[in-house]
Design a protein around this ligand. Structure first.
Ligand code: PMP
Length: 362
C-alpha cells in the first residue's frame, strides 16, 4: 500500500488562502439505530414511497450521463417560482450553487458581506474564491443586523449573503426589513438570499421572494431539497435570479452537477409537495413545542423559524454536547457560544428536553 510517509514531501506551493482555512465541519455521523442525530438539520422522515420508487426505477440508467442542465427539473422549478427557465440554475446542493455564484461574481480581493454567526460555509467559500469575508455580528437576539450590514458595504463589495432563517440561530428576516436593506444597498451589489429553511417559516411578515426577485434584479434566491424535501443524501439545490445573472452562475457550474438519481428524486418530490408539506407542519409543531418547553425550563432562546433551535450554553457547550453524545443525542456544538439542535421526531425531542432540564436553563 502507498502511503505519504514513504515518499519525499511535496515541493508544490500551496495557496495561503486555502492553507489558513478550517475544513468544513459536518454534523456528527451516527449509528442511526442507536443515536438521535440532531446535528445536521435533516428531515427526520424517511423518503416517501413514491420518491424511493422513482429512484429505484432510475437506477437502471446509471451508465449514462445525466441531463447536464437538469432540464425537466429546471422547468418544473421555473413553473413553481413563476419565472422563466433561464432564471433557474440547479447544482449539487445549494452550497455548491453558492460556490458557483461566488465564482461567477467575485474576483480576488472583492469583499463579501455576511452576518456572523451564520452558515459556516460562507467564509470558507468566500476565501477559497480569493475574496475577502466581511462578517457583521448578529444582534444579541441572533438576528441579522441589517443596518450594520448595509453600512459595511464599500467600493469593493460585490456580494452580500443574507441567510433567512439564519443557521444556526433560527430567526427569519421580515419582508419589510429586507426591502429596506435592498433600498440601502447599491444595485451593483449582488444580494444572495439563502432560504434553505424557508418552508419552516411561520412569521407574521414572511419574505415574498417572488416579489423581491421581480423588483430587484440584483437578488439571487437559494433553495434546497435537503431540508423540507428530505433529500439531503442526493444533493440538489438551486438558484433563482435574473436570467442574465443566472447565465454567469451556469457558466461557473460543475458540468453534470446534479446527478440522475437526484434529478429524478427532486421531480418526484415536487409531485408529492402536499404530502411533504404535512411533514413540514409536523416539524413546525414540534419546534413550537420544544421552544416553549425550553423557555419554561429557563433557557433564553432566539425565535426559531427553522427546523432547529439554538441553545445558548456558552462556556459549557463542548462539555454538554459530549455528555449528550454519550447519552445518544448528537447536536452541533459551537464552542464557547451555544449548540444548534435539530428538531427530530417527538421521541428524540423528548430526550433533548430531558437533557436540557438536567443541565438547567441559561
Ligand atoms: N444554506 C444554509 C443556510 C444551510 O444551513 C445549508 C445546510 N446546512 C445549506 C445552505 C446547504 O444545503 P445543501 O447544500 O444541502 O443544499
Amino acid at each position: 500500500r502507498w502511503h505519504a510517509g514513504r515518499v519525499t514531501s511535496p515541493q508544490v506551493p500551496q495557496r495561503p488562502a486555502v492553507q489558513s482555512l478550517p475544513a468544513y465541519v459536518p454534523g456528527a455521523r451516527a449509528d442511526l439505530g442507536r443515536a438521535h442525530k440532531l446535528s445536521s438539520n435533516e428531515n427526520p422522515f424517511p423518503p416517501l414511497p413514491s420518491v424511493r420508487d422513482a429512484v429505484a426505477r432510475a437506477a437502471g440508467a446509471l451508465n449514462r450521463y445525466p441531463d447536464m442542465f437538469a432540464t425537466e427539473l429546471v422547468e418544473a422549478l421555473a413553473a413553481k417560482h413563476h419565472v422563466e427557465a433561464g432564471s433557474i440554475v440547479a447544482g449539487c446542493g445549494s452550497v455548491a450553487v453558492l460556490g458557483h455564484v461566488l465564482q461567477g461574481f467575485c474576483d480576488a480581493g472583492d469583499e463579501v458581506v455576511h452576518a456572523w454567526r451564520s452558515f459556516e460555509a460562507y467564509p470558507i467559500l468566500v476565501q477559497l474564491q480569493g475574496a475577502v469575508s466581511v462578517p457583521v455580528p448578529l444582534t444579541v437576539d441572533g438576528r441579522h443586523d441589517l443596518p450594520a450590514m448595509a453600512a459595511a458595504v464599500t467600493e469593493r463589495t460585490r456580494v452580500m449573503l443574507v441567510c433567512s432563517p439564519n443557521n444556526p440561530t433560527g430567526p427569519a428576516i421580515g419582508h419589510a426589513e429586507l426591502l429596506e436593506l435592498l433600498a440601502a444597498v447599491p444595485e451593483r451589489v449582488l444580494v444572495v438570499l439563502d432560504e434553505a429553511y424557508v418552508e419552516f417559516v411561520r412569521s407574521e411578515d414572511p419574505i415574498d421572494s417572488e416579489q423581491v426577485l421581480a423588483a430587484h434584479p440584483n437578488v439571487v434566491v437559494l433553495r434546497t431539497f435537503s431540508k423540507a424535501y428530505g433529500l439531503a443524501a442526493l444533493r440538489v439545490g438551486y438558484a433563482v435570479t435574473h436570467p442574465d445573472l443566472a447565465r454567469a452562475v451556469r457558466t461557473a457550474s460543475t458540468p453534470f452537477g446534479v446527478n440522475h438519481l437526484a434529478q429524478v428524486a427532486a421531480m418526484a418530490s415536487l409531485e408529492a409537495e402536499g404530502e411533504l408539506a404535512e411533514r413540514v407542519e409536523a416539524v413546525v409543531a414540534e419546534r413550537e413545542r420544544v421552544a416553549e418547553r425550553l423557555r419554561a425550563q429557563g433557557w433564553g432562546l432566539p425565535e426559531s423559524q427553522a427546523n432547529f433551535v439554538w441553545l445558548p450554553t456558552a462556556d459549557r457547550t463542548v462539555d454538554l454536547a459530549s455528555a449528550a453524545a454519550r447519552q445518544g443525542v448528537l447536536v452541533r456544538p459551537f464552542a464557547g457560544e451555544g449548540m444548534r439542535i435539530s428538531i427530530g421526531e417527538a421521541a428524540a425531542n423528548d430526550r433533548v428536553l430531558e437533557l436540557t432540564r438536567a443541565w438547567g436553563g441559561a
